[in-house]
Ligand binder design. Structure first.
Ligand code: HEM
Length: 496
């Protein structure tokens, strides 16, 4: 009994000590840390939970825009993180070679052994890793797969035609996702996932990837728990991750291609050749990781971009008419006449390209802030110096919707801003793909897909909302892909 009561007292003392310690830490974070004077939500000043709650709510992008409008260039979004919207933020944070924040380490997929350039936080190591990969994504490399991209888009348009004939409402958002996943399959390893062929989300792979997307966005902040629960060799071996069909297809194709990689030009062929020349630099394991990263990062994002284009163009019928007229005019001069507009011809379409840029500005597929770490000596931006070790992030959404940077109409879809005299100056604030050494390696793939499909759609179709008053729905996790905006499709008569 005596022994037990001593134990009770010890437990009590320990608990009390723990509570006092925790409270002291929270009070220090809130009132005494070097960034305690930076405004933001009260809870954010001492815990990451505020940010995680916002991510899971799915509106972190809009909330951050609102907070910057209220507080100015610096918003404290966690005890150790400051979101920055100053005009110099891109130059000083993304274009400088600052270390990426630890959040990126979650991107070692499917488990911690598979370190990718995305999960590597040291700039030098990341650049070194990317060196043997990036060549697969140059424009000339992507265009070598153009006939296969066209095959996917032809199949996609086949579905549009079917819905046009039947005059039935179409969930276009879903078919756009099927198309972008199948295009990535073609570009990376010459095999589609079969979404378009079957006209459905095979094995609910796309639906499940949304849950994974939400998970990844927050799990970056509790990496060790994630390693214990999911991102470990046992789970990989058991193959019980929810993205089954995407992983399985990728793995099976890679295993097959290892036997005979020289089938046709695609990213895998390029990486296997790099592996032959630099076996210790680009290992087979890294190629696996890279193929999965491309599928994970390069399908939903492009789908969101295509959706944003169509959605905003429907809402701006004048822009749609001008875009249509531009493609028809090009066709009358002998260009843009292929069933799917060629990438080369699409580059003549100044207005359509402006609409694509504006669509990516209005609704960037990546809604999270891009976090880096303030270097030794701190980071001076505007009238502040953020202390060494602070996480400093730049949100493409905040930058793209800043009235200071884009003018009073920052929140309106206005493709003409890209045709005005100061458009070149605005370019440096256009960051849907990020900027600097950490920026999106697959942006050429996205640009080729977007340029081709948008020009073809405005040339060949009219699209209307089933319910004009209905707005789309979306949840902004790591990426943001809209849904629930059914449309009617009408095919435009072909002109010779
Ligand atoms: C409109 C479409 C796309 C957008 C808006 C987009 C945007 C981005 C952004 C903002 C990042 C992170 C930058 C950072 O952390 O600072 C990123 C990374 C990445 N993206 Fe994209 N992306 C798109 C399409 C693609 C495509 C088509 C591919 C593959 C073919 C791809 C592959 C990747 C990969 C592998 C990473 C991680 C890169 C690394 O750190 O090396 N993305 N993307």
């Amino acid at each position: 009994m005596g022994f037990l009561s001593t134990l009770n007292i010890d437990w009590l003392s320990l608990t009390a000590l723990g509570v006092v310690g925790l409270l002291s830490l929270l009070v220090w974070r809130r009132y005494f840390s070097a960034i305690s004077d930076i405004p933001g939500p009260f809870a954010a000043s001492f815990t990451r939970l505020w940010h995680m709650r916002r991510i899971l709510k799915g509106d972190q992008n809009l909330e951050l825009i609102r907070l910057h409008a209220k507080h100015g260039h610096f918003v404290r979004m966690s005890y150790d993180e400051v979101s920055v919207s100053h005009p110099d933020a891109i130059k000083k944070i993304l274009l400088a070679t600052l270390h990426k924040a630890n959040w990126y380490k979650i991107h070692a997929l499917p488990d911690y052994r598979f370190q990718s350039p995305m999960s590597t936080t040291d700039p030098k190591k990341k650049v070194e890793k990317s060196k043997y990969i990036a060549g697969a994504y140059t424009i000339s490399s992507v265009v070598r797969s153009e006939e296969y991209i066209d095959q996917v888009f032809e199949s996609f348009l086949g579905w549009l035609d079917r819905y046009a004939d039947e005059k039935k409402p179409m969930d276009l958002d879903k078919f756009i996702s099927y198309a972008t996943f199948d295009v990535i399959g073609e570009i990376v390893f010459s095999k589609q996932f079969g979404f378009l062929e079957r006209g459905k989300d095979v094995g609910k792979a796309i639906e499940n990837s949304l849950a994974l997307n939400a998970y990844v966005a927050v799990a970056g902040y509790f990496r060790w728990i994630n390693i214990m629960l999911l991102a470990n060799p046992v789970v990989t071996w058991l193959s019980i991750m929810p993205m089954g069909h995407l992983f399985d297809t990728t793995k099976a194709v890679l295993a097959d291609r290892e036997k005979n990689f020289n089938t046709r030009h695609d990213a895998i062929q390029y990486w296997f050749k790099q592996h032959e020349q630099h076996p210790d630099k680009l290992t087979m394991r890294k190629i696996n990781t890279q193929a999965l990263a491309a599928v994970g990062a390069g399908s939903d994002t492009v789908a969101a971009g295509i959706q944003s284009f169509i959605y905003h163009m429907i809402r701006h019928p004048d822009a749609w008419r001008r875009a249509h007229a531009e493609v028809v005019e090009a066709a009358s001069n002998g260009f843009c006449k292929d069933q799917i507009v060629s990438y080369a011809d699409s580059q003549r379409l100044t207005f359509v390209q402006a609409c694509v840029k504006e669509a990516l500005r209005m609704f960037g597929p990546v809604p999270m802030g891009l976090p880096r770490i303030a270097p030794k000596g701190g980071l001076a931006i505007g009238d502040r110096t953020l202390p060494e070790g602070t996480i400093v992030s730049v949100s493409p959404w905040v930058i793209h919707h800043s009235k200071e940077l884009w003018g009073e109409d920052a929140r309106s879809f206005n493709p003409d801003r890209w045709l005005s005299e100061d458009s070149a100056a605005k370019e440096k604030y256009w960051i849907p793909f990020g900027a600097g050494y950490g920026s999106c390696p697959g942006q050429n793939v996205a640009k080729v897909e977007l340029a081709k499909i948008t020009a073809t759609i405005v040339r060949d179709y009219n699209i209307e909302f089933v319910d004009e008053k209905q707005t789309w729905k979306w949840k902004a996790y790591f990426t943001v892909v809209p849904n629930s905006w059914p449309v009617f499709i009408e095919k435009v008569a072909q002109q010779d």
